[in-house]
Design a protein around this ligand. Structure first.
Ligand code: UDP
Ligand code: MG
Length: 317
């Protein structure tokens, strides 16, 4: 019988683990789906890992790992994919904002041959206006830059073993899970779901972390900002030709341009363009630098007894 793995990245979620494990276990037992739960505690500062351990001791179908520090949700997802042994793997939030009832639907589609089942948000649930606005801005920037409609996409997905293996082979460190499944291709289907309210704990995102996430992901998926530098260069060349001709004509006619104002304006505009361009290029160099160092995506500190492997991946299942 086919095995379903559910990957649940968790950061400071001690209040959610037991409830989530119980909800999912009951659901899959009712639906007669053979499953395992893979919790990855992302360097939590509360008792998240202790809760995971407790869950494992009650039910060996639950396994888990804890990072040595907070490496971010992307790292958590990838560690979970690496630990998962299933023929199909579902990635979902462990705060149950991704409704569990959708998972059996994804499983059905997978059994009918879908290799990727994307969870598509039909509404964003009850979030504060401020959060909605920053999330909205985030998706605008992302969709524009990577030329895929990201507005209703999420990290809630089912992936076939084949797709998981492809993602695990990618050597890059700055991953963007949501877009990588589009990149990977394969036969994909979508299911709609309503984002639920968080019952326990609080959201880990704020405006600045979302913006940082947007910039990091946009630059890891697109070189459009670099082309912007070329574009700014062309604009200033055209501008300088027009201004040059005008200045020369005026000079030849005997009345030269007002000196200081023009010079100051030109220095300011060109200086601004140059510094902005350097900043954009610098950002890409920083990304290249990070990739070239080749450090692992995450470091694992502790695991439950049913997981064997070394601390930076390469797990025996
Ligand atoms: N998460 C994580 N590492 C982080 C931040 C978040 O593993 O650094 C997990 C978190 O525990 C949750 C999921 O990612 O399971 C989504 O986070 P959250 O609910 O805070 O985000 P929101 O649902 O508000 O977008
Ligand atoms: Mg959440």
């Amino acid at each position: 019988m086919a095995l379903l793995s559910v990957v649940l990245p968790s950061y400071n979620e001690e209040m959610n683990i037991a409830n989530t494990a119980k909800t999912l276990t009951e659901l899959f037992e009712k639906e007669q789906i053979e499953f395992e739960l893979v919790f990855v505690s992302d360097g939590s500062k509360d008792g998240t890992f202790a809760e995971i351990k407790k869950a494992f001791e009650a039910d060996p179908r639950i396994k888990g790992a804890e990072f040595s520090r907070n490496f971010g949700k992307e790292a958590g997802i990838f560690a979970g994919l690496e630990l998962a042994a299933g023929d199909a793997v579902v990635v979902m939030d462990c705060d149950l904002q991704h409704p569990p009832e959708v998972v059996p639907k994804m499983w059905e589609l997978w059994k009918q041959g879908a290799q990727i089942v994307e969870g598509k948000k039909s509404s964003r649930g009850k979030e504060s206006i401020f959060y909605k606005m920053s999330a909205g801005l985030f998706y605008k920037i992302m969709s524009g830059l990577i030329k895929m409609d990201m507005s209703s996409s999420s990290d809630f997905k089912l992936l076939d073993r084949k797709v998981v293996d492809v993602l695990l082979q990618l050597p890059e460190r700055n991953t963007f899970f949501r877009a990588l499944t589009f990149w990977a291709g394969f036969d994909s289907q979508t299911v709609e779901y309503e984002v639920q309210e968080r019952k326990y704990g609080t959201s880990k995102w704020n405006f600045f972390s979302l913006m940082r996430y947007a910039v990091a992901n946009a630059t890891s998926f697109s070189t459009l900002p670099l082309q912007l530098v070329t574009f700014m260069g062309m604009v200033s060349i055209i501008f300088s030709v027009i201004l040059g001709i005008q200045t020369l004509v005026k000079y030849l006619m005997g009345n030269s341009v007002e000196g200081f104002t023009t010079v100051i304006l030109l220095i300011l505009i060109i200086g601004g363009f140059i510094m902005l361009s350097l900043g954009i290029i610098g950002h890409y160099i920083a990304r290249v630098y990070e990739e070239v160092k080749g450090r692992p995506k995450y470091v694992i500190n502790r695991v439950t007894d049913n997981v064997h492997g070394n601390v930076t991946g390469g797990w025996k299942k």
